[in-house]
Design a protein around this ligand. Structure first.
Ligand code: NAG
Ligand code: NAG
Ligand code: NAG
Ligand code: NAG
Length: 261
């Protein structure tokens, strides 16, 4: 049975819509032709959305075509339904997303180390955004040169990927910057970093994708956050907030991430 009017999400939505519209002075209602404002920054320049918008053009690993058609109206008001109800279908590792240990360890996958058990304390708290040298992948040498202070637990690495706008191109580009195996091992061994964020949808380079993921996920302590939108974000200290979808059993999940200055 599908009674959209009684659906809790729908009720929440209508309340939010009511609150939003009642606070604006001009004409909400039939015939209102205003368009929503889409923003990347909120709260007078204090809150940054570092999540990529899901569109058909968002890139997919190894593909030239982007994700393509991923959302459709299952019920439509134009066709006489009381509400518009969309459905969507997405690979879990698209756009801004997290990886769980089960992504590269089959025994962890079977044991249930999925996105639902990831630690929200790791995913939310003080974070450092660092600009890395543009002429290299994230190697041990580069990691050492960054001099990230001991005790730093969350780091978002802003790389050449952001300059090249790679997440805004639908064709997958295997020359993206990421961690090499020795870079990942260096981080695990020498730092307190538990959240590792990068700006293309793999933290590891194309050539060392598997060994670098293995290095990060082996001890089940580090959470990779991939495909972050760091355009226009200045290096420095922030508070990061990432809330992945609770997809039981899944080794990856789309996540909304924001930075607060
Ligand atoms: C409305 O229904 C028609 C006929 O079933 C279908 O072809 C069309 O795609 C539907 N439109 C929407 C917006 O759902
Ligand atoms: C409802 O769906 C129709 C398509 O049937 C679309 O044109 C319209 O914008 C939708 N309305 C809302 C409020 O999303
Ligand atoms: C990073 O590694 C990839 C191979 O995985 C390579 O194509 C790319 O050129 C490297 N980037 C830099 C900046 O060295
Ligand atoms: C970030 O904060 C730490 C600790 O408060 C401070 O030592 C460091 O200089 C700050 N880094 C930047 C880039 O502002």
């Amino acid at each position: 049975m599908n009674r959209p009017l009684l659906h809790p999400l729908f009720l929440t939505f209508s309340c939010l819509f009511f609150l939003a519209s009642s606070s604006s002075s001009s004409g909400y209602g039939p015939g209102d032709t205003s368009k929503p404002v889409r923003r990347e920054v909120y709260g007078n320049g204090r809150i940054f959305d570092i999540t990529h918008r899901y569109t058909p053009e968002i890139p997919v690993y190894g593909s030239k075509l982007g994700i393509g058609h991923f959302r459709w109206l299952q019920l439509s008001m134009k066709n006489g339904s009381l509400t518009n109800n969309s459905e969507f279908k997405l690979p879990v590792h698209t756009g801004t997303h997290v990886d769980a240990p089960g992504h590269v360890f089959d025994d962890y996958y079977d044991a249930g180390f999925d996105v639902d058990q990831l630690d929200l304390e790791v995913l939310n708290g003080p974070a450092l955004v660092v600009d890395v040298p543009r002429d290299s992948n994230l190697t041990a040498e580069v990691m050492e040169s960054l001099n990230i202070p001991k005790g730093t637990r969350r780091v978002l690495f802003r790389t050449l990927n952001t300059d090249r706008g790679l997440m805004h191109k639908k064709e997958f580009d295997s020359s993206f910057v990421g961690f090499t195996e020795d870079g990942a091992k260096w981080v695990v061994k020498n730092t307190d970093i538990k959240l590792v964020g990068t700006d293309y949808f793999s933290i590891a380079t194309y050539d060392e994708a598997i060994p670098a993921h293995i290095a990060f996920l082996k001890r089940r302590e580090i959470i990779p956050v991939e495909g972050l939108k760091l355009d226009g974000i200045k290096p420095g200290n922030y508070s990061v907030h990432c809330l992945p979808l609770r997809l039981l059993g899944a080794e990856g999940a789309p996540t909304r991430c924001i930075l607060i200055k």
